[in-house]
Design a protein around this ligand. Sequence first.
Ligand SMILES: [Mg+2]
Length: 203
Amino acid sequence: MYILCSDLEGVFVPEIWINVALATGIEELKLTTRDINNYDVLMKGRLDILRQNKLTIHDIQKVIKGIDPLPGAVDFISWIKKRTGLIIVSDTFIEFADPLMEKLGRPTLLCNSLTIDQDGNITNYNLRQSDGKRKVTEALHNLNYKVVAVGDSYNDISMLRNSDAGILFRPPENVIKDNSDLPVTRTYEELKEIISSKEHLLQ
Ligand SMILES: [Mg+2]
């Protein structure tokens, strides 16, 4: 028996912060972990920018409500749900995710959270735990499940490497270069094929 653990942004939905940057016209919000590899520095920077521009959780949620899943994502999720369990393991925040989870058919989501004051200002962020993506695969292994893991970026690599089958989905070139042993998929059809081909190893 196996469970599919998948990243959210870049796999099932577009990057949330890039959409916030586009909607608000604030260029610095386009920076991601690809530009600033220290997540704490990146997030504190984002929260500073929100504060300087007087953007609240309500403004961000308004942008997120307008984001649609990537074409084919919903069909892929119903395909995998007929075969096995799906857990989305994401670095996003529970306060951001709800409209997207609704559109994806409410899969199980493990993610982080925000601290928000009475006026809706985001004052801090809280990681659920450190290296949470890898720890999900460890926990499932302890429950005697095999794990297939899918992700697109550096923050997914520890989850992919600790799973029984780690698969990259639409990764940028530098992630492919640094992880040339991991299979790369670019469409949901390719992803389905690779998962189907490994199922006999995951009994
Ligand atoms: Mg991602």
